[in-house]
Design a binder for this molecule. Structure first.
Ligand code: ZN
Length: 116
C-alpha cells in the first residue's frame, strides 16, 4: 500500500516563488544583463566556429594562419569555456536555477517568474 503524503501533493505549488513588484523589476533587469552577456559570448565564439566549419569543408587548411592542431585545441577550449560560462550565467536571477537551452525564455521554467 502506498501512502501519499500531503507534502507530495504540495510540491507543484511549492516551487512557485512569490516576488514583490520591486523584486520582479530587479529580476528583469538582472536577466537583461545576463542575456546581453550570453549574446556577447555567442558573438565572440562565432569567428572560431566559422574557422572550424571552413577547415572542415576544406576551404582553408590553417586556423587563422596557425596549424589545425592549435585550431582544434582552441575550439575545444572555447566549447568548454562557453559551456562553463553558460552554466553559470544562464540562471534565473530569482531562484538561481539553470533556465535551460531556450535562448529567449519569457519566464523561468522553475519558479515561473517573468524574465522579460
Ligand atoms: Zn526561477
Amino acid at each position: 500500500m502506498t501512502v501519499v503524503t500531503a507534502r507530495a501533493h504540495a510540491r507543484p505549488l511549492e516551487r512557485l516563488m512569490h516576488f514583490t513588484d520591486v523584486q520582479k523589476s530587479e529580476i528583469k533587469q538582472a536577466w537583461a544583463v545576463r542575456r546581453r552577456k550570453q549574446w556577447v559570448m555567442a558573438a565572440a565564439c562565432t569567428p572560431v566556429i566559422a574557422a572550424a566549419i571552413s577547415y572542415q569543408r576544406g576551404l582553408t587548411n590553417t586556423f587563422f594562419g596557425l596549424s589545425p592542431t592549435v585550431g582544434a585545441a582552441v575550439f575545444v577550449a572555447m566549447v568548454v569555456g562557453a559551456g562553463a560560462f553558460s552554466l553559470r550565467n544562464w540562471r534565473c536571477p530569482g531562484c538561481s536555477k539553470y533556465v535551460g537551452s531556450d535562448f529567449s525564455p519569457r519566464h523561468c521554467p522553475h519558479c515561473m517568474v517573468q524574465l522579460r
